[in-house]
Design a binder for this molecule. Structure first.
Ligand code: HOZ
Length: 428
């Protein structure tokens, strides 16, 4: 048995499914998950000592690559001064200042420990601010695993066939209105059907949790106009896209400002951090200024703050986003050419260093069209690429991520591997 296989067996004896987050278990693609021994730059090494080019990058946080020296040094230095205090440090203000400076709509920000906590807190704040209960979300978007969002959810919930998780009360489900992404008419109808009841509309402004799906022209602007008109809070969940598709996320790239923004992943530089930010008027409702309770022993953790500060500082260097955008475009154009050459029906797209591809002839604009993708072909393609040392997400319904440590040679090698992989798949 391989070392990965033995490690997976051991893990399954003491951890449900052998993993601490479901998508990692490879259930959607079959086979044994790779257990990581070490990682550097754009590659990782598994327990069987095989090296892979990584296009998952911890599901988004590692825009500077694995073990970036400046990030590692910042974390080591912080650890030497103490790992947690449960009392404020200046690093929290420094990271908050960086965020306020980079994300256009954020005036104040509160740190927590994960994206799930950020969206959960954003929802509570929106409800308190508006005095309303209902939340509008979009099928296939994933906002972490708080109850209110596990209705038609994306990511692992979608991959593993539990988009409406058991354990969510009927009352919670009643307060969540789930609509088709990109369907502005459905949003209009929801506001008409629930006058004065909708606290907020939350979405991934570019979706990374049903594969990579973009908003149609006018969708985000339409949501901005409708929420304003009906007095609801617009929440952009930029946990994946924040600091990823532009320094200020989708809101900067598309020039649409939400009322609140949830952040995670890159803001923690690879350590566990979430953040909820927005207009002061809303954020000041948070305890201890206001009455909306939100707290955490490890919130603003000094190691995580240090990693986040080092990462955001480096991201402000000139040219980094242009380089990433160019690399992702090269990858997607290369894969597109390969798929066309082999007659594989597909959709492929990127924005900044996020990308995705579906195996369907149909344009993908929402969950229903995403689900037309040939997931069994995805699984075979995934394994064929794995054999060639390329690690894409072990699910069709996730996005891909590049880092500043990927380069043209790596991307070209990936495209060549895809050509070889599909030729091999067609030959069998
Ligand atoms: N929810 C993450 C992907 N969208 C997966 C997290 C993980 O497995 O680490």
């Amino acid at each position: 048995m391989s070392q990965n296989g033995a490690a997976f067996e051991r893990a399954q004896r003491v951890i449900p499914g052998g993993v601490n987050s479901p998508v990692r278990a490879f259930k959607a693609v079959g086979g044994t998950p790779l257990f990581v021994k070490s990682a550097r730059g754009c590659t990782f090494v598994d327990l069987d000592d095989k090296t892979y080019v990584d296009y998952v990058m911890s599901w988004g946080p590692l825009i500077l690559g694995h073990a970036h020296p400046a990030v590692v040094e910042a974390v080591q230095n912080a650890a030497g001064r103490g790992t947690s205090f449960g009392a404020p440090t200046e690093a929290e203000s420094e990271l908050a200042e960086l965020i306020v400076g980079m994300v256009p709509s954020v005036e104040k920000v509160r740190f927590c420990s994960s994206g799930t906590e950020a969206t959960m807190s954003a929802l509570r704040l929106a409800r308190a601010f508006t005095g309303r209960d209902k939340v509008v979300k979009f099928a296939g978007c994933y906002h972490g695993h708080a109850d209110a969002f596990l209705i038609s959810a994306g990511s692992g919930a979608l991959t593993l066939g539990t988009p409406d998780s058991p354990g969510i009360t009927a009352g919670t489900a009643r307060d969540t209105v789930s609509l088709a992404y990109n369907d502005l008419d459905a949003v209009r109808a929801a506001f008409d059907a629930h006058p004065g009841e909708i606290a907020c509309v939350i979405l991934e402004p570019y979706v990374g949790n049903m594969g990579f799906v973009l908003p149609k022209p006018g969708f985000l602007a339409g949501l901005r106009e409708l929420t304003q008109r009906h007095g609801a809070v617009l929440i952009f969940d930029e946990v994946m896209t924040g600091f990823r598709v532009a320094p200020g996320g989708v809101q900067q790239r598309e020039n649409i400002l939400p009322d609140m923004t949830t952040l995670g992943k890159i803001v923690g530089g690879g350590l566990p951090v979430g953040a909820v930010g927005g207009r002061s008027e809303i954020m000041e409702r948070l305890s201890p200024v206001g009455a909306v309770y939100q707290a955490g022993t490890l919130s603003g953790n000094p190691l995580a703050m240090a990693a986040g500060i080092a990462t955001l500082r480096l991201l402000q260097e000139a040219g980094i986003y242009e380089k990433l955008d160019g690399l992702a475009a090269r990858l997607i154009e290369g894969l597109d050419t390969v798929f066309v050459r082999h007659g594989v029906a597909h959709q492929a797209t990127q924005r900044g260093s996020m990308f995705g591809f579906f195996f369907t002839p149909q344009p993908v604009t929402d969950l229903a069209s995403a689900k037309t993708s040939d997931v069994s072909f995805y699984a075979r393609f995934f394994h064929a690429m794995l054999e060639r040392g390329i690690y894409f997400a072990p699910s069709q319904f996730e996005a891909g991520f590049l880092s500043s440590m990927h380069d043209e040679a790596v991307v070209d090698r990936t495209v060549a591997a895809a050509d070889d992989a599909i030729a091999a798949l067609h030959a069998t």
